[in-house]
Design a protein around this ligand. Sequence first.
Ligand SMILES: Cc1cc2nc3c(=O)[nH]c(=O)nc-3n(C[C@H](O)[C@H](O)[C@H](O)COP(=O)(O)OP(=O)(O)OC[C@H]3O[C@@H](n4cnc5c(N)ncnc54)[C@H](O)[C@@H]3O)c2cc1C
Length: 487
Amino acid sequence: MQRRQFIKHTLGGLSVAAAGSSLAGGSAGERKHADSNGTDLYDTVVIGGGFAGVTAARDASQMGLRTLLLEARPRLGGRTFTTRFGGHDIDAGGTWLGWGQPHVWSECMRYGMEIDMSASTGAEQFVWYHGRERMEGNGAEYGRLSTEAFEKFFAPAREMFPHPYEPLLQSQSRQFQQLDQMSAAEAIEKLDLSDVQKTLARSLAAINGHAPATESSYLDHLRWIALGGFDQAFMWSNLGYYRLKGGTRALLEKMQGDSRAELRLGTVVRSVSQQAGGVSIVTGRGEHIRARTVIFALPLNVLSQIQFEPTISHVKLDASQQGHTGSGSKVYMRIKGKHPVIFAQGREDMAFNFYWTEYDDGDSQITVGFNASPDYLDVNDDEEIQKAVHLFQPGVELLESFSYDWNLDPFSKGTWCMYPPGMLTGALQELQRPEGNLYFAGADIANGWRGFIDGAIETGARAARLVGERLIPEELAGVSSPSAKSA
Ligand SMILES: Cc1cc2nc3c(=O)[nH]c(=O)nc-3n(C[C@H](O)[C@H](O)[C@H](O)COP(=O)(O)OP(=O)(O)OC[C@H]3O[C@@H](n4cnc5c(N)ncnc54)[C@H](O)[C@@H]3O)c2cc1C
């Protein structure tokens, strides 16, 4: 069957979004066409195989587009990475998700994923810090102090983000602009809070931005409560309660298993140039790949490492060079013995500012700790980690620990995305904007849960849809690439 006929039969008369599910049999990768020099030509090449890229490649290939997914690392998943620790499938990167995250939750339901819950949802012991003093209770006092503090911190959210999936709806408002120029730390300083509540609020901003509260935009924090239905309990339930049985890899494998895209792992893209009729991609091994369109599904912090010819918008490149704030640590620990299931919040500058039990195995626990900066803890030093644990659970014995330094990894150069002051109003729209044959995806430029797996899937799906909306009508009209020919 001619390629154009194939697309017409499978997609004609259907909306692009609905069409993928109507495809049965045949791999998009089997239908080849070439440019005028006889070079193999892909409809779209997706660069980056995290959740955004895997979604984009799956969706584009299911539309009947000849799709190639290029991933630098020898594995898919990007800033998600499931491994074994203490007898459990733990995630060194993205882990928790929730039913208020529409894109990832829909994928979980679609593939029948089993959902587990963090042990901390049944916490028996709550610990927090008042200055240098360790406080402990059953949750009522911590709940009262923190809920009130966070309520005040998130107060402007309803006005700033009335429709959470339209993050720039209020961008013409002066207050919106002002709150984006302000750091979370500055905002907290102005709030009517007790000292201990200011400590709690700064620590909250530090985990959400995965960086000291001085570094992140106050406005950007407000999105989280808006996306959580303006309700703290619901927001938290999307951030730290539910995780996937088998880890994030279990979902990623299902999504990738549904893809018709070709996949090349261990392939670092170095440069991308646009010419009439398409795009040329050069890899680290010097391979040349030709495509009609390219979808970039890269972390914000690495986009500027690609050489673009002609250059892309300086707003995109400047934002990439400046980077998002996410740069703290996440450490899993196995501790010996039976202990109360704990949920603890430390000061912003402590070795861990959030710490909780993730698995309670009876004779041991797997706990997880976060901090705002790798400077606050040497994650390779178990003695330091043991001391950090003692600040919450005195006398407990550390058996082993595991952490991954996402800052040192050249393919992530950071953890999850929160914007520094000015980036939401100054760059988000531009970061999302296609340029010629180049389309952009990635959790770091999402409208909704930006910085989350949900945001990655949102943007991957959007980029594939945009490419489909562009290429499929061209294909049906017979005006694709002047040189494209059917196999
Ligand atoms: C420690 C940590 C904890 C987190 N916790 C959560 C959580 O609990 N819940 C949640 O929803 N999110 C969490 N996140 C965030 C979430 O993991 C990310 O937002 C999301 O996975 C990003 O997906 P992505 O596809 O946009 O980008 P990535 O996953 O970063 O994928 C980009 C891909 O591009 C590849 N790449 C880079 N450069 C090149 C190149 N030149 N050529 C080819 N390929 C390239 C990379 O190798 C990578 O695979 C966490 C992240 C971290 C690091």
